[in-house]
Design a protein around this ligand. Structure first.
Ligand SMILES: O=P(O)(O)OC[C@@]1(O)O[C@H](CO)[C@@H](O)[C@@H]1O
Length: 301
């Protein structure tokens, strides 16, 4: 089983509009609402792929009740919290998404320990742990690194800023920043240099998502670039979560890096083609998989 931890889950609202213009009134063409937060999206993708998955998250208030109801069909273990779970809004135009993410509740030390206890209680059934998304207020990057360190299983971390820096130093198997997160953290404009610098801080592998250009990975088996071979337009929200889901499957199965990356790029591109985060069709996934370009590249010295 793959266990996902979503420290700051959300009720995700997706608005589709023709074009986005700040300061103007927008008539929304379509609204989609669902349980979200990165780890929950990862779990949904894993479930669609046929993998056994367990969602863990803190939830509270009326929004937390909505998220809990939205997890029907996914095995989940929830830490109750006093404050209300957040909402996130994704405004989607043709091929682009603008995100408005509320900060979410502050967790007390007891509530964070409650979440950690849920994770610990199920570890004996788990092959890979995915920790994904932002940290709630009240949880320090050091607390987060401590959680990563405490998990005696392969771990994949997708977060940003100080939380990413601390998590990387806790020695996870993979960290997956996007290009902006990598540049902000390492100060390197070149993602290859950035990924190499982040890996030297302790992560065993760094997989950077580069938007339409695909993925760049620096691993113990070498450095690779993987790019989609078929153009996709749609909603990029959740594309990174599909990358993480594919990497988790690859880690669980012990798949070699080039195949992990091919699967990750194809699944991510298929997710962009679907209207809401965490969705994809098998048909698009398979077409994308057949078209991925993968190359091994020299590691910078
Ligand atoms: O605020 P975070 O935790 O960084 O990201 C949350 C979020 O924007 O990420 C997902 C897409 O990856 C959305 O479904 C979700 O609401």
């Amino acid at each position: 089983m793959i266990l996902t931890v979503t420290p700051n889950p959300a009720w995700d609202i997706t608005y589709s509009v023709d074009a986005l213009a700040p300061g103007r009134t927008h008539r929304v063409r379509h609204v989609a609402e669902r349980a979200g937060g990165k780890g929950i999206n990862v779990a949904r993708v894993l479930h669609r792929l046929g993998h056994e998955v367990l969602v863990t998250a803190p939830l509270g208030g009326a929004t937390g009740d909505l998220v809990r109801a939205g997890l029907a069909g996914l095995d989940h273990s929830i830490a109750p919290i006093r404050d209300s779970t957040r909402r996130t809004v994704s405004v989607v135009t043709d091929g682009d998404a603008t995100l408005l993410n509320e900060p979410g509740p502050a967790l007390t030390a007891e509530e964070w320990q409650g979440l950690r206890a849920l994770v610990a209680a199920r570890l004996d059934q788990v092959s890979v742990v995915v920790l994904s998304g932002s940290l709630p207020r009240g949880v320090s990057p050091a607390d987060y690194a401590d959680l990563v360190r405490s998990v005696p299983r392969p771990t994949i971390v997708d977060t940003s800023g100080e939380a990413l820096a601390h998590a990387a130093s806790a020695g996870p198997d993979i960290v997956k920043p996007n290009a902006d997160e990598l540049r902000d953290l390492t100060g390197c404009a070149d993602p290859l240099r950035g990924a190499t610098a982040l890996r030297s801080q302790g992560a065993h592998a760094v997989v950077a998502s580069l938007g339409p250009e695909g993925l760049l990975a620096v691993t113990a088996e070498g450095a690779f670039r993987a790019a989609p071979g078929r153009e996709v337009r749609g909603n990029p929200t959740g594309a990174g979560d599909s990358v993480v889901a594919a990497l988790a499957v690859g880690v669980a199965a012990g798949t070699p890096w080039p195949d992990r990356l091919r699967n990750a790029v194809a699944l991510s591109a298929a997710t962009v083609a679907a209207p809401v985060a965490g969705e994809f069709t098998r048909d698009e996934y398979e077409k994308q998989l057949a078209a991925v370009h993968l190359e091994e590249i020299p590691c910078p010295s």
